[in-house]
Design a protein around this ligand. Structure first.
Ligand SMILES: Nc1ncnc2c1ncn2[C@@H]1O[C@H](COP(=O)(O)OP(=O)(O)OP(=O)(O)O)[C@@H](O)[C@H]1O
Ligand SMILES: CC(C)(CO)[C@@H](O)C(=O)[O-]
Ligand code: BAL
Length: 293
């Protein structure tokens, strides 16, 4: 992979990377189309990264369709697809592969003599998804750093659906001087408003209908702030959480935060505000968010 991308660099080609976990939908394809506008070489990676899944999470059932993905990518005319068999295997079952308490958290395969280095973006990884998935962002940052080192792209493109992930990767690139511009793109939605996600394929049709409560309540909250019906973060939190749980979702979190720092705010009209939701429908965990400017 590195040989290919270095050849492109030698002929002064600008390289854009779109990292994914496959099972591609229109959200991914929109990132790839933007990549095409920004660079002359577009590389897509597909890797279901075990280090970002806890052992109890859905690594084994995560949707996969390599043939379908390759068909979509060929139709879009991407220049290269990187599908590594294995990017990360952890060296041990002690603190090297565990959380602060020394527990093993990733679904990663443990192999003697394998990897033991991780990247952590200390503060930004703590709130929102970091609370219920403490292993998650360390796994993401480590594997994305490896992709950056292998491919050496000029630009890397991520979706704003995974908003905290985007902020963390921007911070990692800045803090560690990666020569990569980390760019965020808008959330693509189904016609009825549901944020596109590979995991939507795991929803029953009834849960698919219930899951609409996420985007609908976020839209409602955004209007409420814009119309000054309510700007109080606690009220917004309670209203969104109630709507999602009354629809049958199990709320993981609803957070009303400063969109740059992810710190809690009191008044949603005072700064660029992010309202972010994670909720389970059946065993499927979905995330979505809305930015209020
Ligand atoms: N609806 C969407 N709109 C824009 N970008 C998206 C959307 N869904 C995912 N992405 C982006 O695509 C990239 C790859 O994400 P990934 O392969 O995990 O897809 P996903 O649909 O988010 O899957 P999951 O169901 O695991 O959340 C990430 O940068 C992610 O933010
Ligand atoms: C960025 C990523 C490809 C890292 O594994 C993943 O978290 C994703 O698909 O959003
Ligand atoms: N896009 C998020 C990947 C994950 O939830 O593991």
């Amino acid at each position: 992979m590195r040989t290919y991308s270095r050849q492109q660099r030698k002929s002064d080609k600008k390289i854009a990377l779109v990292p994914t976990m496959g099972y591609l939908h229109e959200g991914h394809l929109s990132l790839i189309k933007s990549a095409r506008d920004m660079a002359s070489i577009v590389i897509v990676s597909i890797y279901i990264n075990p280090t970002q899944f806890a052992q109890h999470e859905d690594f084994d059932v995560y949707p996969r369709d390599e043939e379908g993905d390759m068909h979509k990518l060929t139709t879009l005319g991407v220049d290269a697809v990187f599908i590594p068999a294995k990017l990360y295997a952890s060296a041990g079952t002690s603190a090297a592969s565990g959380d602060d308490a020394g527990n093993v958290v990733g679904a990663v395969e443990h192999q003697k003599g394998a990897h033991e280095t991780f990247i952590q973006v200390e503060q930004l990884q703590k709130p929102l998804c970091g609370k219920s998935r403490p292993h998650f962002f360390r796994g993401v940052a480590t594997v994305v750093a490896k992709l950056f080192n292998i491919i050496e792209p000029d630009i890397a493109i991520f979706g704003r659906k995974d908003y905290q992930q985007l902020l963390i990767l921007q911070r990692m690139a800045r803090d560690l001087d990666f020569a990569v511009e980390v760019v965020g793109m808008p959330i693509m939605r189904e016609e009825d408003g549901l944020a596109m996600s590979s995991r939507n394929a795991l929803l029953t049709s009834e849960d698919r209908r219930k899951a609409l409560s996420i985007s609908q309540s976020l839209q409602w909250a955004c209007r409420a702030v814009e119309e000054r019906a309510t700007v109080d973060a606690e009220e917004l939190h309670d209203a969104v959480a109630t709507r999602v749980s009354e629809a049958g979702g199990r709320v993981d979190y609803v957070e009303v935060v400063d969109a740059s720092t992810l710190e809690a705010v009191e008044d949603a009209s005072k700064q660029r505000t992010l309202i972010a939701v994670a909720a389970f429908f059946g065993s499927v965990r979905l995330i979505d968010n809305i930015e209020i400017t």
